[in-house]
Ligand binder design. Structure first.
Ligand SMILES: *Cc1c(COP(=O)(O)O)cnc(C)c1O
Length: 407
């Protein structure tokens, strides 16, 4: 079995990173010409704790959001004991960090060999389905592996309608009528039946959960079979930067949003059903920033050494305004302009690709110049997991930073 985690990364995790008080201190010490990630373990622990304190069910961190060993090890140390996983490589990464953790295999479409590995090597007993043939596939593999059907929980994934930066019901989920049939079938086959949904990532309409819960209530009532668990998925929004020309969508904190969801859980009759949630973004977004360098300024365009094929893919597709701080090159001559005047700069990515231009500007002092650095905040979610080696420009340097990123 191949270890997906390169030896030198585990070594770094064991021996510790170079540590700085803040990103400015790291920048002035290292003067980096390639991007440097600033990891904030205390922020990660605090954000994971805030979610778990607000949510009374089981919190299964969505590994795909950021599977770096620094992140998974910190979460495991802070007590996270369940993970939402989608592939054998993710099983291995979660277990390497937390050997006792419960794994929930919540991808609705899985390879038979991956199901077998889940059942036999990882004791995984929780699976998502949105079609009868996927249920048949799982039960066939369970029979072959000698796993008793009543030990399995098959979560029927509901299609939902919501407003999120990423909508996922275009791809996954059973319509309500179909979900009724699936729930009954799972019950008839002798497995435990669960319900799950995922309202999308970076939800912009916080009542999406209540709407999905109403669908779940309807499906459960029609199916008339016991529901062993309810998984409310991920999607909890992180708070990013402010684009002065746009209205900011609502971004309630877990402490604000989860009590609302719990009231909807109660009013839809699920108060007696064990709950699971699969947060990703809201747990990990603030735990990383990246220090990038301005390679060239052309008017109001900044060419930087990072971009959509490296750390900033999610910001590009999700049209997120990221919070930024300017770290001027101390050696340069007196800047032109007013350092207090903040204006939008168009951000050109590092690769030769013409689409490598961010969809939202960075708001920076008009004095920014070639050779300056920018600390880009809140990139912990969907950055490291979406990096590519396009043009040979895959960033992979990390430092630890004590001070939180202030917006
Ligand atoms: C991606 C994903 C998550 C995590 O979503 P966030 O928006 O990062 O919280 C949770 N559950 C499923 C099924 C997912 O696909």
């Amino acid at each position: 079995m191949a270890d997906p985690i390169p030896i030198q990364i585990r070594e770094t995790v064991r021996t510790g990173l170079q540590r700085f008080a803040n990103a400015r201190a790291a920048t002035l010490a290292l003067r980096p010409d390639t991007p440097v990630y600033c990891f904030r373990p205390a922020q990660l622990e605090a954000d994971a704790r805030a979610f778990r304190d607000a949510f009374p069910g089981r919190t299964a961190y969505a590994v795909k959001t950021n599977p770096h060993p620094l992140v998974l090890d910190t979460l495991a140390r802070s007590g996270v004991d369940a993970f939402d996983v989608a592939s054998p490589a993710e099983f291995r990464m979660a277990r390497a960090a937390a050997p006792q953790a419960a794994l929930y295999y919540m991808h609705p479409v899985k390879a038979a060999t991956a199901i077998r590995e889940a059942l036999t090597s990882y004791d995984i007993r929780h699976f998502a389905i949105d079609h009868e043939n996927e249920a048949a596939k799982i039960l066939r593999e369970a029979r072959a592996a000698g796993v008793d059907t009543p030990d399995l929980t098959l979560f029927v994934r509901l299609a939902t309608r919501s407003h999120a930066v990423y909508e996922l019901s275009r791809k996954f989920g059973a319509a309500p009528g179909h979900a009724v049939e699936l729930l009954q079938r799972v019950h008839r086959l002798g497995a435990r039946a669960g319900l799950c949904f995922h309202v999308g990532s970076q939800v912009e309409a916080p009542d999406a959960y209540a709407t999905a819960l109403k669908t779940a209530q309807w499906v459960r009532a029609r199916a008339g079979v016991p529901v062993a668990a309810l998984d409310i998925g991920g999607g909890f929004p992180a708070r990013y930067g402010v684009d002065r020309r746009r209205k900011r969508p609502p971004t309630p904190t877990p402490g604000e949003l989860i009590p609302r969801i719990l009231r909807a859980v109660e009013s839809t009759g699920f108060a007696d059903v064990p709950l699971v949630a699969e947060p990703g973004r809201v747990v990990v977004a603030r735990s990383l920033s990246v220090i990038v360098r301005v390679l060239l300024r052309k008017g109001q365009r900044l060419y930087i050494n990072d971009g959509i094929w490296a750390s900033l893919s999610d910001a590009w597709t999700g049209k997120l305004t990221l919070p930024v701080h300017l770290i001027p090159e101390p050696g340069r001559l007196k800047p032109k302009g007013d350092p207090k005047r903040v204006i939008p700069f168009r951000i050109m990515g590092a690769t030769c690709d013409s689409v490598d231009i961010l969809s939202r500007p960075f708001w920076l002092p008009e004095t920014v110049a070639t050779g300056d650095w920018i600390e880009v905040g809140h990139i912990g979610a969907y950055s490291l997991s979406l990096r590519t080696d396009f043009n040979g420009l895959c960033p992979d340097s990390f430092v630890e930073v004590d001070a939180p990123f202030r917006t």
